[in-house]
Design a protein around this ligand. Sequence first.
Ligand code: GLA
Ligand code: ZN
Length: 672
Amino acid sequence: MSTPVLRYGADYNPDQWLDRPDILAQDIELMKKANVNVVSLGIFAWATLEPAEGQYNLDWMAEIIDNLYAAGVSVDLATPSGARPAWMARKYPEVLRVGADRRRILFGERHNHCYTSPVYREKVKLMNQQLASRFGRHPGVVMWHISNEYGGECHCELCQQAFRDWLKEKYGTIEALNKAWNAKFWSHDYPDFDYIESPAPHGEHSVHGLKLDWKRFVSHQTIDFMKWERDCIREIVPEAKVCTNMMYFYDGVDYFDMAREIDLATWDAYPTWHKPTETIEQTAMDTGFMHDLIYSVKGQPFWLMENCPGPTNWQPISKGKKPGVNIMAGMQTVAHGGDGVLFFQWRQAQGSSEKFHAAMVSHDCREDNRIYMECAELGSMLKELSGSIAGVGREKQAAIVYDWSNKWALEDAQGPRNKGLGYKHELLRHYTGLKQNGIDVQMINEDSDISGYKLIVAPMLYMLREDFAAKLRAFVENGGTLVVTYWSGVVNETDLCYLGDTPHDLTDVLGVRRLEIDAMYDSETRRCVSVCDELPETASGSMLCEVAALEGAKALMVYDEDYFAGAPAVTVNAFGEGKAYYVATHFEEEFYKPLYELICDGVVSSCWPGHLAEGVVACSRGDYVFLINTKDAVVWFENAELAPYATAVYKKNGDKLDLLYNQMAFNWSPVK
Ligand code: GLA
Ligand code: ZN
C-alpha cells in the first residue's frame, strides 16, 4: 500500500490543444508551480482516441501521460464513454437514447447513451481495453475515472425489455407485481410482464409502484453499465482502482448502491457562493451535507472531483468567488474527509459552451492571474497538510437517514403538498442544527450498518421498511437516541400505505400516534409554544403540520393555534435504554440549534470544546479538528486568530487541542 497523499488537480483535456505544443508545455510548468499532483485525463477524448471505427490513436495520450509523470503529476485516466464520436451514432443509432416520449435523440451533446445497448457496451469495451492495455500499468496511472456524471434514462425497446426482465426477477409472478403496485386501481392490472412499459407522459404515470420501480431499475441499469466499464478494465488490469464522479443531490442513481462497486467515491460541487439570499455559512452547510454524504456512501475519504475555481458559466447568474473563498472551499472538502480537491478544469476552453467557465488557467495564460494564484496557494497548503491528514477517516457520531427509495417515493407521491414537500430543506435544517452544535454528521440509508452511531435522525422517512424500523427500535432499546419527524413510517417498500397505527412500527418507540397531517400554503405558519425549559418559548411550523396523539411521550413544544392547538409539536419518549424524539412540523432554521443542543446533550459531543462563533464550522477527522471561518472577518479562538475565510487545524493531544496549522488570509486587490 502506498502512503496516502492529498491529491490536487483538475480535469485535463489536452485533446483540445494538440496543435499547440506551446500550450501543452506551459501546462506542465504551471501544474508544477501550483503543486498539482493529479489530473483526470481524457474524459471527452473518444473522437481523438478512435477517429474512425477500429482505428485507435493513443500515441498522443502516451506522450501526455509520460510528460505528466515526469513532472510529478499522476493520472486519473478516464474512460471516454460520456460522449461518443459522430461515426458511431450514425452507424449504430441504438447507442442513442430514447426519451420518455419514445423519440430517439439525434447525435450531439453528451451523457446521453443507452445503458442497455449491446453495441454501445461492446464499443466501450474495445475502447476501455485499448486504454487499459496501453496505460493500465503505467506508474503514473493511479486511478480510473469511469465515464462522467452518469445520469439520465433511456426508454428504448432494449431498455423496456431489460426493465421487464428486472421486474420478473424481482417479483417472480405478475400477480405478485400487480399486488405490490395496487394495480387494480383504475383497472391497470397487467396480464403479463410483456405488457409493462416504462412511465410516459402519454402513457402510465399514476401507478406509483411502477414509477418507483422504474427509478430503481434506471439506477440499477446505470450501475450495471458502470460495472461493465470497470470489468472491461479489470480483465486487463485486475488491480485497477476505479472511481466515478457523483453529483449534487442527484436523484437518478442510488449512490449507496453505486459506491459498493467502486474504490473511491467522488463528487462534483458547484455551490453558488455569495447568493444575496444566503450567507456563506448556509452555502457551506449545503455543500458540507454533500461532502458528508459522499464520505458516507463508502465510509472512507473521498475526492472532490470537480469544483470551479471562479465563476461557472451555466448558473442563472454565474458569480465569481471572492478572494479566499476558493481556498476555503478546498479546505472545507478536506475537513469533511476529502483526500482530493480537483477543479473543472485545468485550462479554460477556447470555444464552445464552456469557454467562459473558469479554470485554473484562464484565457490570459498568466501565472499572476488571480484565480491561478489562489489555486497555487491552495496547492501549497494541501502539500503541507498532506502528510498528517491524507487517509485519516472519521468517527461515527450522529447519522442522518438519506435513502434514495424513500426520496423517490416521497417526492412522487400525490399527497398533502404537490408543489414540493421541502425534503431537502428539512434535511438541511437538521444537518445545520447539528453542525452548529459542532457535531460530526454522516448519512446512512435503510441498508446501512447503524452500529457505532449514538444519534440517528430520520427526517421525513415516509417509506420505512419493516426491517429498518426493527433496527431503529433495537437501536433505541439499546441506548441510542432517535429523532423522527412528521410524514414518517407511512408506506412500505413498494409504496403501499401501512394499515393501522403510524409511524408504522414506531408508535411505541416514539410514544406518539399520527392522527392527521395538514398542508400549509407557502405563506402560512402555525405558532408553537414551549412546554419545557430548554427550547425557545415560541417557534413556528410551516409546510406540513402533523397532528399526533401523545401515547406515552412527553410534549416539549405544542401547537398554539388552529384547530390542533395543544397537540404536540416536539416530543420525547424514553424507550428501553434510549430516547426517541418526534418533530411534528418544519420549523424555522433558528429552532434547530437549540433543539439539537438539547438532543445532543450527553449523547454526542461537539468536536470543538469551546464556544463555536457564529459562521465558524467545525469538523473532525480522526485526531484532527478543523475550524473554518465562513466570514469575511477575523474571528478569535482562545488565543488564536482565524483570518477571513481561513481554516485552522488542531490536533488532539490528550484532552487538549494543539494548533497545528493556521492559515493566512488570501489577500488580493486589482489596485496595485
Ligand atoms: C460537469 C461536468 C464537466 C463540466 C462541468 C462544468 O460537472 O462533469 O465536464 O461540464 O460540469 O461545470
Ligand atoms: Zn435504451
